[in-house]
Design a protein around this ligand. Structure first.
Ligand SMILES: Cc1cc2nc3c(=O)[nH]c(=O)nc-3n(C[C@H](O)[C@H](O)[C@H](O)COP(=O)(O)O)c2cc1C
Length: 421
């Protein structure tokens, strides 16, 4: 007989029309239920892995999905909102090995958030939930400014890097101070830094930084003079000896005149020549222009030959894995040039505890991350802390401070041994 389903005519044996159709219906119903159960299961699994902060889930599924669904700037915004509305539970684990004291301040751990993620200080509280020991807000400019035209952030997925040319988009000092003051319930030992930039149209850089000192000096656990971002014309020239000396002398004298005791740190580029590094080491240890620490490093304008991603020729600063070696080298050089007397915060391409350990052995007292959050999500903070503790234990260190600059102690020992033989 012929049975009629819509416009399609199917020949079926005589007995089958009445008996098979309910069977098809039942099978279809079962499939639908199974599909729903599978979808529900996958949803529940994803939600569980998301809230649990499962690193593999973030590495292999979630961050890939985010990169497919959102352009880099929108994904960045989504990350800030995730922290702002404290969607993730507080995952901070305390490790006695990672508690740190530098420039007279105690930090609950030595892994911090680098500048540029929470530019306007909207999400500080939530970022501490991710496990950071300190959060650096900014760069903040005195007046609000929009930054460069979009698109201005690019992923280099194959290289695990990022190129950005945001150009200091900032809500300005007043708005940022308001945001942070509203959200000022910091966890014990959670420290807050303010990273200062200058307005694009300002022709008095020193005045811009001094305004920042006056504005944030009371709230900040430390303040960063950022003269190393590659996306503001003329900024990096402030790293040259004479300009740096003049700038820091003004900044330090304003801090002292205002009776503020806030530590002032200088953030430098990874692309400096040997002589630039020597000059900086001299200036930052001289009376009148002495700073309390260095942040090494900002993004690089260089493009390593190893890059494979199609975005590699975009203009801007490169961060992430391709920056790792360059920034570690700069840390090492500055540690030697300052005789280990100036505390260093190491940043650039840290994706694991081992990467953090490499920076610490090169001379960093603490570390910061940014790009690894883009590729590995918020759980990376706890992953790095856990792995770093493991690295310290394997080398017989009880505390992170014991490992700071250990590469150089080793070098000195080896050269002594060679001399003895
Ligand atoms: C999208 C983006 C924006 C950034 N914005 C700033 C900034 O405003 N001020 C600053 O001092 N550094 C900024 N940085 C540099 C980071 O703070 C950090 O020094 C650099 O990215 C190296 O660390 P990473 O390899 O872990 O990302 C930015 C980095 C990225 C990726």
């Amino acid at each position: 007989m012929l049975d009629h389903i819509g416009d399609i005519h199917i020949a079926l044996p005589n007995h089958s029309a009445k008996t098979l159709m309910p069977a098809f219906d039942m099978a279809a119903q079962k499939l639908k239920s199974l599909g729903l159960i599978a979808l529900g299961g996958a949803g529940a699994f994803s939600a569980f892995s998301f809230f649990k902060g499962d690193q593999r889930f973030f590495d292999e599924y979630l961050m890939r999905g985010v990169h497919l669904a959102l352009n880099p700037e929108n994904a960045h915004r989504a990350g800030v909102l995730l922290a702002k509305y404290r969607v993730l539970p507080n995952r901070n684990t305390e490790y006695s090995e990672l508690k740190t004291e530098i420039f007279g301040k105690k930090f609950r751990n030595c892994v911090g958030l680098a500048a540029g993620f929470d530019k306007d200080g909207e999400a500080v509280q939530g970022l501490f939930d991710w496990g950071f020991g300190f959060v650096e807000v900014g760069s903040v400019t005195p007046e609000s400014q929009p930054g460069n035209d979009k698109p201005r952030v690019f992923r280099l997925r194959g290289d695990q890097g990022i190129i950005n040319r945001y150009g200091f988009n900032s809500d300005g000092h007043d708005a940022v101070l308001d945001n942070v003051t509203r959200d000022m319930n910091l966890p014990a030992g959670g420290r807050l830094g303010f990273n200062l930039g200058k307005n694009k149209t300002s022709d008095d850089a020193a005045a811009d930084y001094c305004r920042g000192i006056a504005k944030f000096g009371k709230k900040a656990d430390y303040i960063v003079i950022n003269i190393s971002s590659p996306n503001t014309p003329g900024l990096r020239a402030l790293q040259s000896k004479r300009e740096l000396e003049q700038l820091l002398t003004k900044v330090i004298s304003v801090r002292d005149e205002l009776g503020l005791r806030v530590p002032v740190l200088l953030k430098i580029a990874p692309d400096l020549l040997e002589q630039d590094k020597k000059d900086i080491a001299e200036v930052i240890q001289s009376r009148g222009s002495r700073v309390d620490g260095l942040i090494i490093s900002n993004t690089t304008v260089s493009r390593p030959a190893t890059l494979t991603s199609e975005n590699k020729s975009e203009t801007g600063g490169l961060s992430g894995r391709p920056l790792r070696g360059l920034s570690t080298l700069a840390i090492s050089d500055m540690y030697i040039l300052t005789g280990g007397r100036v505390p260093i915060i190491g940043v650039g391409g840290i994706f694991s505890g081992e990467d953090a350990y490499e920076k610490i052995k090169a001379g960093a007292s603490m570390v910061q991350i940014y790009s690894s959050i883009v590729y590995r999500g918020p759980p990376i903070v706890e992953t790095i802390k856990k792995e770093l503790v493991q690295c310290l234990k394997e080398d017989g260190y009880n505390h992170v401070s014991d490992a700071v600059g250990s590469d150089h102690r080793m070098d000195a020992l080896v050269s002594k041994l060679i001399q003895i033989r």
